[in-house]
Design a protein around this ligand. Structure first.
Ligand code: FAD
Length: 464
């Protein structure tokens, strides 16, 4: 029976980051993955294919917008070529992972992993004849990186092919005439952006009082305003039932004014994700999980079983790839004997919509609920030379700072490339920068990142 210093269960951004770091630190590592391709949700059916499709959507949208003296023809859409772009992007990245694993001598086992004890895991795999074979591996340490899955609602007729989750929506099988997006979170809005560009009418139904929960309302408003002629946003709206008829899907909507029915020809259910902690025998070997299935960890990613760690979507905190990979590095380093922990001040969130909405650290909404005395400084892009020259003035850059010390605690940006602009502010928060630190840093002119420096100057009172 093979024995490893570390076995990682799951090959998503958490799992592969952990496995590679541990191998680089000299440990003998194995990684178990049920699917043929490595990379987990993010590379195969999440972050990466969605961005490949959003890239295409951006091209279509560009053709649609005023181009200041240049006119484009009506975009000709070739769904096969778009699917090919998505899949070749995914294949390049997952192929690279396999090579990186090989280069580091991380042994990959394909099959379903299940813990037998705090030192043994069983892998079950099916061959071409559908018969199962099993193999048991020993480990000194293990990292649980089994991720999450889409939440399913009880009243949704999932066996109808017109009902999609993000994975099926990414397949781009057809462009519906009218699509209801159930849930106004980032994943739903990104897919809505893709399908709208490809010609679908979009209605977004959101139970809460705003779409993109987590971002401050003033940023979200810019996104809504920019898209008001392209999508219908129904907030404070509950979807209570979906009836599948041969002609359409009849969606029952309920809000303060009463109930009504909407006929659509596709529904994307994007109501959040649920952790996979109740699977793979995790609880059976004494690892503590909570009621929802999150594995409970300390700030070194260690579970209640001291030689077993957990990272990524299966643990508390935002379900984001970069949070998973950072935890993966920490867990691997702790196992290798380093004294490190996972205590980030700032985990950035980005909606890759048009315009992009990006935020990091404390939001104004959270400051209010937590009674933290903050002020904000907002630089409108209508005053940015670069934004005006590029015709992208619907944007703003906002810094949220401690009233007494002027230390930057949070930031939000809405506008083209907002996600790229957020990097500077994430670093500023981690470094404990004040408004003055940012204002005294020379930002290139004319640039969009200049808006960060100008927001800081506004807050610090060096300009008015
Ligand atoms: P996962 O990526 O879920 O990987 C877990 C792996 O474990 C899977 O490959 C699974 O097959 C394997 N596994 C599970 N159980 C077993 C078992 N018993 N045996 C063997 N293998 C097993 N995040 C971002 O940061 N940016 C984005 O732009 C972004 N876009 C997204 C778009 C969509 C449509 C979706 C659905 C998600 C998106 N996310 C994004 C979220 C991101 O994909 C996740 O946060 C990330 O993948 C979590 O990584 P992980 O390593 O925890 O788990």
């Amino acid at each position: 029976m093979k024995t490893f210093d570390l076995i990682v269960l799951g090959s998503g951004p958490g799992g592969y980051a952990a496995a590679f770091r541990a191998a680089d630190l000299g440990l003998k590592v194995a990684m178990i993955e049920r699917h043929a391709a490595l990379g987990g949700v993010c590379l195969n059916v999440g972050c990466i294919p969605s961005k490949a499709l959003l890239h295409v959507a951006g091209k279509i949208r560009m053709a649609d917008e005023e181009a200041h003296g240049v006119t484009y023809g009506k975009p000709q859409i070739d769904l096969d070529a778009i699917r090919h772009h998505r899949q070749s992007t995914v294949d390049t990245l997952t192929g690279n992972l396999a090579l990186m694993a090989k280069g580091r001598k991380v042994e990959i086992f394909h099959g379903e992993g299940r813990f037998l004890s705090a030192n043994q895991i069983q892998i079950t795999k099916q061959d071409e004849t559908q018969s199962d074979s099993t193999e048991v591996l020993n480990f000194k340490h293990a990292i649980i990186a089994v991720g999450s899955r889409a939440i399913r609602l009880p009243f949704v007729p999932y066996d109808d092919p017109r009902i999609w989750d993000a994975t099926s929506a990414l397949q781009l099988e057809r462009i519906p005439e009218h699509m209801l997006v159930l849930g106004g979170g980032i994943i739903g809005l990104e897919m809505a952006t893709v399908y709208q560009a490809l010609g679908a009418n979009i209605t977004v139904a959101e139970l809460g009082d705003q779409i993109m929960t987590g971002a401050d309302k003033d940023l979200v408003r810019v996104f809504e305003q920019t898209n008001k002629d392209r999508m219908t946003f129904l907030t404070n709206t509950q979807v209570t039932d979906i009836q599948a008829t041969p002609e359409s899907l009849l969606v029952q909507l309920k809000d303060q004014t009463g109930e009504r029915q909407l006929a659509v020809d596709a529904v994307l259910v994007a109501v959040g994700r649920s952790p996979n902690g109740k699977n793979a025998g995790i609880a059976d070997i004494g690892v503590d999980i909570d009621d929802r299935g999150f594995v409970i960890t300390d700030n070194q990613c260690r579970t209640s079983v001291p030689n077993i760690f957990a990272i990524g979507d299966v643990t508390h905190g935002p379900m984001l790839a970069h949070k998973a990979s950072h935890q993966g590095h920490i867990a691997a380093e702790v196992i290798a004997g380093h004294k490190v922990d996972f205590q980030p001040l700032a985990i950035p969130s980005i909606a890759y919509t048009f315009p992009e909405v990006a935020w990091v650290g404390l939001t104004e909404t959270a400051a209010k609920t937590q009674n933290i005395a903050v002020k904000s400084a907002v630089f409108p892009w209508s005053a940015s030379g670069r934004a005006i020259a590029s015709g992208i003035t619907q944007g703003k850059t906002k810094l949220i700072y401690d009233e007494a010390t002027e230390r930057v605690l949070g930031a939000g940006i809405v506008g083209a490339h907002a996600g790229e602009l957020l990097g500077e502010l994430t670093l500023a928060i981690e470094f404990g920068a004040t408004l003055e630190d940012i204002a005294l840093t020379i930002h290139a002119h004319p640039s969009l990142h200049e808006s960060v420096g100008l927001a800081a100057e506004l807050g610090a009172g060096t300009i008015t």
